[in-house]
Design a protein around this ligand. Structure first.
Ligand SMILES: Cc1cc2nc3c(=O)[nH]c(=O)nc-3n(C[C@H](O)[C@H](O)[C@H](O)COP(=O)(O)OP(=O)(O)OC[C@H]3O[C@@H](n4cnc5c(N)ncnc54)[C@H](O)[C@@H]3O)c2cc1C
Length: 505
């Protein structure tokens, strides 16, 4: 029998109903079930940020925990499969590489595949590093299938994420959450009431006079950070010196064929442009730094580089890259843009919402709000943000565009300490590592480093244990197996038509 102060929190109030609010509502409702009453306040008048359409593979775990049917989910959100992100012009002009999900090649004994490949490069018989990636081969051939292993081989199959329409995704999760008993309250939060002694949040006072009281509050109010920032005064750490882009213009355009299965991120004069293929349209945006480019120039550059006709007026979004110094303060946790934003280069924001809610679930408080839970949540969240930041900064530091002031300044900026160490390590002997619990794999780090022209001074001698001919045969075999398997896959569009075609909007 629990004493009253040990009793679990029962009244949860989520402020904000964008992707963060509804992801939090869905997962908490699914996992905490009837033990908590969840209410979500959102304002139609304010609306949501309305972008955030590309994801990374761990989202499949989120959907699995919710018990979502993949085909239904893709039909309802006009979704497509995503195999990676293609980076155009990030190294030197004309360079193009993909951060393809999943493994590349296959290790031989204790020797890492990429070390064998580095040796083959020295010997002059290596293919492209990505010739040994199932995902990249399938993405460029515009083919897709769901296989865990390539038939007749030990090679990993396709690893996928999704592209989806952000507004439809929020709606989908809203319906899911409401079915599980989450109550949605329409209204604009005018004031956050706090206890005079403890400083804890007690209620949200809405403009229309409603008062929504709770024991625990989740701030999903987007860039405003109404609870965590404005009410509780938790500071924001500004990372513009590492990630200087501070604006984006976004516009949807008509769909063009073929239906792609990867996001494109093309470097522009003072930033980069995204292209996200959905079933009914393409999502586009231009992320840029306002110190180097005006809004009008950014809009023109975006509209001049669309594949189809624009379907709407371009929308301008302003942001400061960085994160809160704490994500959990007193009885409030910040998720989504209220907690921080690092720009969408590697589609990590929705993932950070997912990890945030997952940790919240695991560390869910009782009425004592033990400091140990709060500290652990903050430690995990800060660590996740910082590791992802380093990966993003790597793209900017490794650019090869000395002729453009924005890119020259990015190149000359000082990397965070951890990143500097990783770069030195790779340059020395090609070593890469993934810290325990870190999002990005060795394969991800390698693809950006190699794709943006880093070349290690040597390779690991462990891979000298086989002859040059054996190495040649091994690489050729891998390539042949991958190409042969991919040729058997249906096209991405055929696969979607068979399994999850969405109705015309
Ligand atoms: C340019 C850009 C591109 C992006 N691309 C990607 C991507 O490809 N992949 C990815 O993973 N992420 C991406 N993101 C991030 C992603 O969009 C967000 O992480 C995600 O949409 C979550 O947003 P949110 O719910 O935190 O905020 P919002 O969508 O802004 O929602 C805030 C909610 O709070 C409510 N609200 C605010 N103030 C009040 C008030 N006073 N009263 C009542 N309600 C209020 C609003 O009505 C709304 O419901 C991108 C972000 C930007 C800016």
């Amino acid at each position: 029998m629990k004493t009253p102060e040990h009793a679990p929190v029962q009244q949860v109030v989520i402020a904000g109903g964008g992707t963060a609010g509804w992801m939090a509502a869905a997962l908490l409702a699914k996992t905490m079930g009837p033990t908590v009453r969840i209410r979500l306040v959102e304002s139609e008048q304010i609306g949501t940020v309305g972008v955030g359409e590309a994801t990374i593979p761990p989202i499949r775990e989120f959907n699995r925990v919710l018990g979502l049917d993949e085909n239904d989910f893709l039909r309802r959100t006009q979704g497509t499969f995503k195999l990676g992100i293609q980076f155009r012009d990030w190294g030197r002009a004309g360079d193009c590489y993909m951060h393809a999900f999943g493994e590349i090649g296959r290790n031989l004994g204790q020797g890492n595949f990429h070390q064998y490949w580095l040796r083959a490069v020295r010997e002059g018989h290596a293919g492209r590093f990505w010739d040994y990636s199932v995902n990249e081969t399938a993405a460029l051939a515009n083919r897709f299938s769901q296989v865990d292993k390539l038939p007749g081989s030990p090679l990993q199959g396709i690893i996928h994420a999704y592209h989806f329409d952000a507004a439809l995704y929020a709606l989908y999760l809203r319906e899911f959450s409401e079915r599980l008993g989450v109550t949605r309250i329409e209204g604009k939060i005018a004031h956050v009431e706090r206890n005079a002694d403890s400083g804890f949040i007690e209620a949200l006072a809405l403009e229309d006079g409603q008062r929504v009281a709770g024991e625990f509050f989740v701030d999903c109010t987007g860039f405003r950070g109404l609870l965590i920032g404005q009410a509780l005064g938790v500071d924001y750490e500004d990372w513009s010196h590492w990630l200087p882009c501070d604006r984006a213009v976004a516009v949807p355009s008509e769909r063009v064929d073929p239906l792609g299965s990867y996001t494109c991120a093309t470097a522009r004069e003072a930033g980069w442009q995204w292209r996200i293929p959905l079933q009914h349209r393409i999502g586009n945006g231009h992320v840029y730094c306002s110190r180097y480019m005006s809004d009008d120039e950014a809009v023109s550059a975006l509209l001049d580089n669309l594949d189809g006709a624009a379907l709407d007026e371009p929308r301008l979004l302003k942001f400061t890259t960085g994160r809160r110094k704490q994500f959990w303060s007193r009885n409030c946790v910040a998720l989504g843009l209220a907690g921080g934003f690092m720009e969408p280069l590697e589609s990590t924001s929705i993932h950070l919402i997912q990890t945030g809610v997952s940790w919240l679930m695991r560390l869910f408080p009782d009425r004592r709000f033990e400091q140990a839970n709060i500290d652990e949540f903050n430690r995990r969240s800060l660590w996740d943000f910082d590791r992802i930041r380093d990966f993003l900064v790597l793209h900017y530091i490794l650019n090869g565009k000395d002729d453009l002031p924005f890119w020259r300044d990015c190149r000359n900026s000082t990397p965070p300490e951890g990143l500097k160490h990783r770069m030195e390590l790779f340059e020395a002997g090609g070593a890469v590592y993934r810290e325990l619990g870190e999002l990005f794999t060795e394969s991800a780090w390698l693809q950006v480093m190699l794709g943006q022209n880093m070349a290690p001074r040597s390779y690991h001698s462990i891979v000298d244990g086989i002859s040059s001919q054996q190495l040649r045969d091994y690489l050729n075999n891998l390539k042949t197996i991958i190409q042969g398997a991919v040729r058997q896959f249906p096209t991405h569009e055929e696969f979607i038509n068979q399994h999850c075609a969405a109705p015309s909007p």
